[in-house]
Design a protein around this ligand. Structure first.
Ligand code: ADP
Ligand code: MG
Length: 474
């Protein structure tokens, strides 16, 4: 791929990111790759069918517009699913050269790690589980302040025996992109399956959906359900992607059946249960009824630990590879975003030092990882935080804000809080209504319009709102 095309692509991604916002971008577009540009058409790829159909249904025009803003001649986008070879577990992965230096993601420099270890366990495959990455184990998971509880709970679950009392069910882990959810869930699966009389099944929500839909089509839904119910631990990754009424109903049944039978369920998602907008209330409350743990952003110490563990792993296959301590310190300070970028950085240094037979230096590291260093992301603001800060500001209680009281001293703060929820989060009007004591979306809309109108006239209120925003964004 030419550098020009790569540059265009990274600018288009920038446009998409700012057009849809960070949350949506990372959910749907982070794994989209450029395959090529031919005259007026652009060829893009994503790793799963599900992503492709979702992007086509919801974002096709947006993607085209972003391209046209860079290259006006483009009039067509082809979106395909990357071949199974490329998104399977790394142990089976064939080299994908064009991919090597792109994104700094997990697939960087595949030719340098084709030696990865054991294949995916056979019983896991037979049940239709999603591919497992042999490197994602407890041994390689670095524990730090932000993930101590999640790791401890996951370990406990992995070490349980058939028939043991289940302590927290489901175990629900949530965190932003690249903070170690998949790593922890796969670690549970590897560790659990090391025990021969226990079956642990790891499924992405997409796989759950496709497994179920495919089973329905071939009339084997019963067999699929039976297989699911025959396992001891069900691990579901990226639950935020679960879509569709019938899949959800099925998910709900499966969840209830497993939990009632004393089987363990472990779930990861990018948000807490209350924020899974597409799920109905019963499922949400069932999900919230076990142990819900958040993994926070990776602190500098943890980032340093992850970098060291990555270097150690690389040295198993490339004994001469070495990253001096000052370079590790620099990377841990500079790459604040997530674990994927840390992994990408080490892969690049490895590729660079191998290909050019040069030792890793600080200058080289600065050059190689420049594009992984992103400006500080805006903080993700939660509706609860808005309610708390607004309540404090106006000297009312949070339950006043959620109540049906209509006295002036709560009506205005409530409207301000709804307005802030709409402008500072990506939540929809109905969702906001629900989180404000089950109000209708038209009530929320009314509040938003009201405050918008007032802010443009009333300087005092406008200052108040600015102050609240600043407090929330700090
Ligand atoms: P998520 O599923 O939350 O998006 P991943 O589990 O895929 O994130 O993690 C992204 C990368 O960061 C992976 O390479 C993973 O191994 C690494 N990583 C994240 N947290 C840790 C940790 N605590 N210890 C070791 N590696 C980690
Ligand atoms: Mg993940």
């Amino acid at each position: 791929m030419s550098n020009v095309a790569e540059d265009q692509w990274s600018r288009v991604k920038g446009r998409l990111r700012s057009s849809v916002g960070e949350d949506i971008y990372s959910s749907w577009f982070a794994r989209m790759d450029l395959e090529g540009i031919q005259q007026q058409s652009v060829h893009l790829s994503v790793p799963t069918k599900f992503l492709r159909s979702w992007i086509q249904a919801h974002y096709a025009d947006r993607v085209l517009t972003c391209w046209q803003a860079e290259v006006p001649e483009i009039d067509r986008i082809d979106l395909t699913v990357r071949s199974a070879m490329r998104c399977a577990a790394p142990a089976k992965e064939a080299a994908a050269p064009a991919e090597a230096r792109r994104n700094g993601d997990q697939r960087a420099a595949p030719e340098l790690r084709a030696t990865a270890s054991a294949p995916v366990s056979a019983s896991h495959d037979a049940l239709g589980g999603s591919p497992l990455d042999p490197r994602l184990t407890f041994a390689s998971f670095v524990v730090g302040r932000s993930n101590t509880l999640a790791q401890a709970a996951a370990r406990q679950v992995a070490e349980g025996r058939r028939g043991d009392n289940v302590m927290f069910n489901p175990l629900y882990i949530h965190a932003g992109v690249g903070l170690g959810k998949t790593h922890l869930l796969q670690a549970v699966t590897w560790a659990g399956n090391a025990n021969p009389d226990r079956k642990v099944l790891y499924l992405t929500a997409e796989k759950f959906m496709y497994g179920f839909v495919a089973a329905l089509k071939t009339q084997t839904a019963l067999a699929f359900k039976e297989a699911l119910r025959g396992i001891d631990v069900l691990v579901i990754d990226d639950l935020q992607f679960l879509q569709g009424k019938s899949t959800q109903a099925e998910f709900c049944h499966t969840l209830n059946a497993l939990i009632d039978a004393g089987r363990q369920v472990v779930i990861a998602a990018d948000r807490p249960p209350a924020d899974l907008e597409s799920l109905d209330d019963r499922v949400r409350s069932r999900l919230a009824g076990g142990l819900v743990v958040e993994m926070g952003s990776l602190g500098e110490e943890l980032r340093l630990g992850i970098l060291k563990s990555r270097v150690a792993a690389a040295r198993n296959h490339h004994a001469s590879f070495d990253v001096p301590a000052p370079v590790l310190d620099y990377l841990a300070k500079a790459i604040t975003h997530n674990g994927r970028d840390l992994e990408g950085a080490i892969n690049r240094l490895l590729a660079h030092s191998k290909l050019n037979a040069q030792p890793v230096t600080l200058e080289m590291a600065e050059r190689e990882v420049r594009d992984l260093i992103r400006p500080q992301e805006p903080k993700r603001i939660k509706i609860e935080d808005i309610q708390r800060v607004v309540a404090r500001q106006y000297n009312v209680s949070r339950s006043d804000l959620l109540s049906s009281r209509r006295t002036a001293n709560v009506v205005r703060p409530r409207q301000v809080a709804m307005y802030l929820a709409k402008t500072l989060t990506l939540r929809s009007l109905p969702e906001i209504g629900r989180r404000f004591g089950g109000r209708d979306h038209t009530t929320v809309l009314h509040a938003v319009r009201k405050i918008e109108a007032l802010v443009s006239k009333d300087v005092a209120l406008s200052d108040e709102v600015e102050l609240l925003k600043r407090q929330l964004q700090e």
